[in-house]
Write a protein that binds this ligand. Sequence first.
Ligand code: GTB
Length: 222
Amino acid sequence: MPLQLIPVITVFECSPDRGRGLARDMRVRWALEEVGQPYEVRLVSFEAMKEPPHRALHPFGQIPTYQEGALALFESGAIVFHIAERHAGLLPEDANARARAITWMFAALNTVEAPILDLQTAMYQEGDKPWHEQRLPLVKDRIRDRLGELSERLGNAEWLDGAFSAGDLMIVSVLLRVRPSGLLDEYPNLSAYVARGEARPAYKRAFDAQLAVFMANSRGGE
Ligand code: GTB
C-alpha cells in the first residue's frame, strides 16, 4: 500500500485580513477540504517569508506553498490544480468538461482576479498619489465590466458549468476578494453564487481553520 503523505501548506502567521479568509491559503485549504485530504500548516511571519529557506520553496517570498513528500509547489492556482488532479471531486471525469473546468480556473486568475488586484493596489498603495481620485473610478469600472460579463454567463445556474468544480472554487475565491468593496452586491446572481460557495461544508471547515490560526496568533484577535 502506498505511503499516505500529508501535505504541508504555508500560511500567514498573522494574516493581514484578520481571519476573513481572503489570503490565498484559503483556496488551497478549501480544495483540500473538498477532496477530504488532511493537511498540516506551517505558519510563516512576514520576515521569514523573505528569508532564503522560504524563498527556496517560493521564489517570490509569499504564501501559500505546498509540500508533499519531495514535491514543493507555489502559486495557489497550481496547487489547487494539483490537488484537483490527484483526487476525485474537483474536476469532472469527462475530458471536455474537465478542460472547461480548468479553463474557468485560468479565467479566475488571469481575467477576473487581475482587475480586482488593481483595485487593491489602488486603494492600499496609491491612496496618496495625486491621480488616485481620478484613477479609482476607472479601476472600479473595469471590475464592473468583468463582473457584468460573468453575471451574464452564470445567469440562474447554480455553478458555472454543471457540477461544482475547481473552476467554481477559484472564481468564488477571487470574487470574495472584491466583496468588501461593495461591487459584488451590484450583481445579485454573483452574490448568491458566492454565498453558495461559502455554504459548502468544506468551505466552512477551511474558513474556521484559517480563522483559528489568526485568533491564536493575534493576541485574542485584537
Ligand atoms: N499569485 C500568487 C498565488 O496565487 O499564490 C500570489 C501569492 C500572494 O500574493 N500571497 C500573498 C503574500 O504572501 C498573501 S495572499 N503576501 C506577502 C508578500 O508578498 O510579502 C494576498 C493577500 C494579502 C492580504 C489580504 N488581506 O488583508 O485581505 C488578502 C490577500
